[in-house]
Design a protein around this ligand. Sequence first.
Ligand code: F6P
Length: 364
Amino acid sequence: MKKLLISTGGGDCPGLNAVIRAVVKSAKTAGGWQVWGSREAFNGIMADPPELIKLSPKKTAGIHVRGGTILKTTNRGNPLDFPVQQADGTWEMQDVTGKLMDRIKSLDFDAVINIGGDGSQRISQALYERGLNIIGVPKTIDNDLAATDLTFGFFTAAQIATDCFDKLVTTAESHHRVMIMEVMGRDAGWIALHAAIAGGAEMCLIPEIPFDLKKILKRINKRYVKGKGFMNIVVAEGAKPIGGEVIGQRSIEVGEKHFKLGGVAHYLRYQLEEQGCQQQIRTTTLGHIQRGGTPVAFDRILATAMGVKAFELVNEGQFGRMVSFRNNEIDSVSLVEATKGNKFVSPDHYLVRAARATGMSFGD
Ligand code: F6P
């Protein structure tokens, strides 16, 4: 029997379990493979003793419906830059790929499937360059990987954001308020754009189109004088004013410095009030609610197809590749190609044009 290892790394995403189940089921159908999961990305392989989970069709039955990942995940598991606690209690970042490769070899794994976002796929490429038989499966609710038209989890996040938006509309209307809903989207505004169009927002602010506070204020005033007397705005966490910076806080998690985005909705409220906005403004930040719960049907289907393709590539010995979904077809690209860049909302994207044509403002 050959041994296959699955890892889920980075932030979680609805659909991860559907990929795991699809890999396990295809391996069973093909025969000759034993499938294992590493607990919490590659941390399970690095642990003493290793924390591995044997994955069988029985163990993974029905998990495609569940959000999260049965293997657990972490965004602190980058073996190229791994926090190692020193004798004095401080943390030092170290490259532990040598140890990781030795472990994978000594545990007799023939291949690895690494399910994760751009950071995780850069790790896949680095491990492939060091000789590991690895396949990547893309994952991110942000849908911002350039090498794939879609990632599973995105439509679930967009649906959750739309459902929340719909709820905010009725309360905005009752109170004649301006409601600002902040959604995820560090560098790309896909979730914001989709939720704004689906919900019928008057305004959508995204990282790719910096906003002008004066124009936002003007639009609010117009809406109250000529329009309906309430207003709903969707803002992506990475949106920023023209010439300004993104809003967030520095944080230190287990020795690693991060900049956590969040708070642009409050920033907007404060700035608009400062500039004399006469309307009551309320803010709602959706946060991790967008990453939780049951994946929508499309995400379960895409994740299943991607899991099947990942196992196919493993079985054919085509390593150093990432599964992708392009032109309505499941395909694969080299990890080099996969990690080249991100996919942003271009200002002339058909959805931006559709949004503008139906009266939505981007605050520009
Ligand atoms: O990359 C996906 C994402 O959802 C971003 O939009 C967001 O900034 C980030 O994850 C938050 O991740 P965490 O809180 O897990 O570090």
